[in-house]
Ligand binder design. Structure first.
Ligand code: UDP
Length: 382
């Protein structure tokens, strides 16, 4: 009936399904365990305010091809994300940049540090905190220690249960120190949010007669992966088509090499009886409270309302079947375990792995759209 089965209706699965349906004009079945499409991008309205159910999703990319592709499925609003961090009783812009410098230090000290930074780094460059920390200049060392202590160490402890050095350097490098005055969270060429929300965008993407969607279904309910014979069954019949799997690779192979650790987040939404709660879309709380950040969605999707909706994110350990695996945890040990799964997957000629969970990578939305388009060309449109 189907030559293609996609597990998971997030960006990875939906882009590939859309390409199969439109480009190849072939039928494709999507199996999704949640009761909705869109994966963690899913949004819905509370009090007529569009909220991101699984945490703030701000789209940003330098890839014109990705931006153009996504613009096929609805209009986008221009949106530049700004984040403040609550430090020593003050809300200051992050990524840490020259504006932050002048807000946290006296004019005189800020000037000296700014001069030092400009003598050592290029204007408008980005320096990961762990790199700045290696500086042997006295002033820069002081600055690096300040930023590390006030912005990174406690936030990372909450978010990952680890020190910044214990996790892959790329994680804290996502929020580098910025040698300049741009205080946007991202400085990519294309930035925005879908005008009518991500869910609508996914609906437009998947609205095609070649695409069938099975919601509320764990793939294990309808598929068997025989690890001995390397055969795949769909509704008890051998499936010889392509299985595009975007879920957890350890679950796919029945945890044969043990569970891969993930980090989860408890998302707590609150309705506020005020027009606005805070001055920016997101305020990070590195050192105070048990949540990492508060996001107020009206700043992202503006709407006239006497009320506002905020989200507090409480990171927590991922526990199988209890909460949601949001982030792979990047340590060498975990990467080795993942590699065992990846190697084992090569025995299955018709399984294609794509996405944050299946590839155990910290993909952003644009990365995953790009990756899915590439995988489609390389492994599916053969
Ligand atoms: N980070 C931090 N303090 C901050 C913001 C970020 O220590 O105020 C670190 C933290 O380790 C976090 C990582 O940088 O996990 C990446 O942050 P980002 O905002 O990109 O995380 P995401 O939005 O993907 O959860």
């Amino acid at each position: 009936m189907f030559n293609y089965i996609v597990v998971g209706a997030g960006f990875a699965g939906s882009v590939i399904a859309e390409r199969i349906a439109k480009q190849l004009n072939k039928k494709v079945l999507i199996i999704e365990k949640r009761n909705h499409i869109g994966g963690n991008c899913y949004d819905e309205r509370i009090e007529n305010i569009l909220i991101h159910k699984y945490g703030p999703h701000l789209f940003h990319t330098d890839e014109k091809q990705v931006w153009d592709y996504l613009n096929n499925f609805g209009e986008w609003d221009i949106y530049h994300h700004r984040v403040l961090a609550f430090i020593d009783g003050k809300k200051v812009p992050i990524p840490f940049n020259f504006n932050t410098l002048y807000e946290v230090f006296s004019n005189e000290l800020a000037k000296r540090l700014e001069k030092k930074l400009l003598e050592n780094y290029k204007y408008n460059s980005k320096i990961p905190i762990l790199e700045l920390k290696k500086s042997d200049d006295k002033d820069l060392k002081f600055l690096a220690d300040f930023i590390y202590e006030k912005i990174f160490v406690n936030y990372t402890a909450k978010q990952w249960g680890m020190k910044p050095e214990e996790i892959d350097n790329a994680v804290t490098a996502r929020v580098p120190v910025f040698i300049g005055k741009d205080d946007r969270y991202f400085n990519n060429k294309y930035q925005g949010v879908p005008k009518d929300g991500y869910t609508k965008l996914f609906q437009n993407m998947l609205n095609h007669p070649n695409i069938k969607i099975m919601l509320n279904t764990n793939f294990k309910e309808v598929m068997q992966i025989d690890q001995k014979t390397k055969k795949i069954y769909f509704l008890n019949q051998e499936f010889k088509g392509k299985l595009i799997f975007t879920g957890m690779i350890d679950e796919l192979f029945d945890y044969r090499f043990g569970e891969l650790p993930y980090r989860s987040v408890d998302m707590k939404f609150e309705t506020i009886e005020k027009e606005y709660f805070q001055e920016a879309a997101t305020v990070n709380y590195p050192n105070d409270y048990d949540f990492t950040r508060i996001t107020e969605f009206k700043h992202i999707h503006p709407v006239k309302s006497e009320k506002s909706v905020i989200l507090k994110e409480f990171p927590q350990q991922y526990i199988k079947n209890k909460n949601t695996p949001y982030y792979p945890i990047f340590t060498e040990e975990n990467q080795e375990k993942y590699n065992k799964y990846l190697e084992f997957s090569y025995n299955f000629k018709n399984i294609v792995l794509v996405g944050r969970l299946a590839e155990y990578r910290y993909y952003d939305m644009d990365d995953i759209v790009k990756r899915a388009l590439e995988v489609f060309e390389e492994k599916i449109n053969e």
